[in-house]
Ligand binder design. Structure first.
Ligand SMILES: CC(C)(COP(=O)(O)OP(=O)(O)OC[C@H]1O[C@@H](n2cnc3c(N)ncnc32)[C@H](O)[C@@H]1OP(=O)(O)O)[C@@H](O)C(=O)NCCC(=O)NCCS
Length: 214
């Protein structure tokens, strides 16, 4: 079962509360030994990748838990598609992410929402050598030197990539996305707009939503 509130995962209750009215279910789980059994990873034969396989399994445990709540197949294998994105049951959209300690998943029924992306990172500063690569001038001004907020911008851009890439294969770069953390919006260089819901607590989490027709 995915942790609901903090118990052994981090507290993502505020994120869950913000997303539930939009029809999006999100959850987190501390990655544990044995979680690798939850995913028939194509890298199974490579023992060096145990941590990664464990994280992938943990994310799928969280996702399946929520698929059950949506009335979808709670045993769905969720294999990786050739692009790397997970393949969801018919009528479902979703996204997975993991850092070294936690796995997260967000799922919804396809309908008004066309795409979802999620990312998670520890609440630590964005390494200085990444700031100029990831943030544009407006984002640097808005984050006012707050290195953890800068990392949240990074997390948001990764979430946007995961929401958009499965839709049309757009190969987004950081410079193609402008994040407005205050407005809860991401703008793409092609004019498209995504809604952003973010959490800055023990972990940094961003969920990017593509509304149909937006
Ligand atoms: C997809 C990507 C953003 C994932 O980020 P990451 O930090 O490596 O790993 P995360 O733990 O956050 O996410 C991994 C999950 O992303 C998902 N994912 C991978 N490729 C994906 C894609 N093309 N579309 C959507 N989701 C994808 C998978 O579910 C994966 O989990 P799994 O391996 O257990 O199945 C990254 O690997 C990537 O492909 N980047 C290239 C593009 C880029 O960086 N552009 C600049 C950012 S805008």
């Amino acid at each position: 079962m995915a942790e609901r509130v903090g118990r052994d995962g981090f507290d993502c209750a505020p994120l869950r509360a913000a997303l539930a009215p939009l029809g999006v279910l999100v959850g987190a789980r501390r990655i544990r030994p044995g979680d690798e059994a939850a995913f028939a990873d194509p890298d199974l034969g490579r023992p060096a990748n145990l941590a990664r396989r464990r994280a992938s399994g943990a994310a799928r445990i969280v996702a399946r838990d929520h698929l059950g709540e949506l009335g979808a197949d709670a045993a769905a294998p969720l294999p990786r598609s050739p692009s790397g994105a997970p393949a969801w049951p018919a009528g479902i959209i979703g996204s997975l992410a993991h850092d070294d300690v936690f796995a997260v998943a967000a799922v919804a029924r396809r309908g008004l929402l066309a795409g979802i992306g999620v990312d998670v990172e520890p609440a630590e500063p964005l390494p200085a050598d990444l700031v100029d690569l990831v943030l544009n001038a407006a984002e640097r001004r808005a984050t006012m030197g707050d290195e953890v907020k800068q990392r949240l911008v990074f997390v948001a851009k990764e979430a946007v990539y995961k929401a958009i890439h499965p839709l049309d294969g757009t190969p987004l770069e950081y410079a193609d996305i402008e994040i407005g953390l205050g407005e809860g919006r991401a703008k793409l260089c092609d004019g498209r707009c995504l809604q952003l819901v973010t959490l800055a607590g023990e972990r940094l989490v961003a969920v990017a939503l593509v509304w149909e027709g937006a």
